[in-house]
Design a protein around this ligand. Sequence first.
Ligand code: NAG
Ligand code: NAG
Length: 589
Amino acid sequence: MSNADSTTQGFADRVQSFVTENKRAILIGTALAVAAGGVALYASASSPPKSPGDKKDRRKKSVKPRPNDVESGSVIEEIPVENQPNFGVLTKEQLETMPSEERVKLAAALKKKGNDHYQKDSFEQAAEFYTRAINVSPTEEPVYYSNRGACYMNMKPPQFDLIIEDCDKAIALNKDYVKAINRRANALEALDRLEEALRDYTTATILDGFQNEKAAQAVERVLKKLSSAKAAEIIKTRDPHLPAYTFISAYFSAFRTRPLPPLPEEPTIADNALISALNALQVADYTHSWSFVMGALEEGLSNDTLKAEALNLRGTFKFLINDVKGAEEDLLESIKLIPSFAQSWVKIASVYMEQGNPERTFEAFEEAIKHNPNDPDIYYHRGQVHFIMNDFKQAAANYNKSTLLDDQFVFSHIQLAVAQYKEGQIANSMATFRKTLKAFPERSEPPNYYGELLLDQGRFQDAIDKFDRAIELEKTKTRQNVLPMVNKGLALFQWKQDIGAAEKCCQEALEIDPECEAAVATLAQLSLQQSKIDTAVELFKRQLELARSEPELANTLTYMYASIAQKTFLENYPERKQAFSAMAQAMVP
Ligand SMILES: *[C@@H]1O[C@H](CO)[C@@H](O)[C@H](O)[C@H]1NC(C)=O
Ligand SMILES: *[C@@H]1O[C@H](CO)[C@@H](O)[C@H](O)[C@H]1NC(C)=O
């Protein structure tokens, strides 16, 4: 596991807690609720005390509408001929000469016939009577269409296109018709028209004041289906590209530098290309490093030592472009050539972890240790795996071992402090951090991560001081790491609710490093906080380009689709904007 993994992990955690702490931002329902773990928001939002006079029982809903799902209305008068099979079938002339009140009465009677059939599960006949009611009625009645839609829903097989047509009509006549909106959502979902289904479920949830648990669950279900399908599609179709510079450099800096491999007396072009690749890596020119190593392997290297080295590097790039299978192949091949290649074993461990196989991960570490028991990288990376698995005690022991073997690697110190913190040893953690700050006065990482822990403890001023120090140290570099700037923005927001200042920090970070995913993600959340949904959606799109793995993509898509659904709601129901905000306010814990 790389250091980059743990930093992004940490960031996801922070966004998560940011989201939990700022339910209002997110309130708005669907979007963030799901990303924050789903039910939390609805759990709190869905159980305000019901007023005693509330007669509507919203829990009475099911996909197959029960008979009482069909509105009966009041029938004023019985029409004697109503049992004739062609009852209500009128010619154009008959209709035109019939007085309007007569037509209203006849339509109501036809609707009642429809209801009777519906209750007896004769859905074909029921639909026929609703059609007659529609033809006879002098006015367009949404309930006739909605009821006929219910019939189509219960036919075998259900007539989804007809349901949608009738619900379209009913909703066009009465846009607050929640029952019709939910029914159309069911049909759309069945037809896999997920974006439209999400729009309808979201609308129904909001119109119901977030009280309908079923609709809320439907929102989550459809969001999940939609996001994971879309994420898989993006991964399949997009060109493989390296992740952001910060991510790669964090990944490579999690391995100590090794000497260049010895070249034969008469090196081939391929041998020299490998050396160029490794030199490019040293100066963080990843694009060239990648193309050099690809070339070297295509040309064919002089011997197995060089070939194993090249496969290790190409496998690493494959891992970084999320080609986990390809990475596995290269790394295994490299070990086959040189079985004692500890770094390849460590990277294989990362691959197994990415594949969700901790058992093989730890076996790979054991193998690495067998060949080189004093390699500090092995223990550091094994610590990372324990850390990710929430075993902070083992993580700390491994970081400590790594530090004992070589105390010049700043991340094993930082991660030890963070593991101690997670384990609840706050005083030890703070002490480790203070020692690390002293030992690495020129590095920005110790103040940055120390600042994060201070922020977690609500020590805002201290945290901001540390972030400022980290920013200052980064300013002297040619490629500046902007994470401390984003952290400062988050701190200013959490401390003073100063959205303007927080946004400024993130924008500054993006000017320096346009690929900083943390800055984009934070800006998106801040936009949602201010109900600037359009801006948020644009930022989510940008985040999609920066996201590396499928789960990251799916997570971003969840926010994006939820935001779009809310945006659509506000466009369709501008008059409800106020009520919507009030509802949002009421959800603040
Ligand atoms: C490859 O060549 C280098 C330089 O001659 C040498 O040091 C190394 O041992 C060789 N590796 C193998 C596996 O023969
Ligand atoms: C690290 O290991 C050494 C040697 O086993 C031990 O003395 C020390 O207390 C450990 N430090 C931490 C912080 O766990």
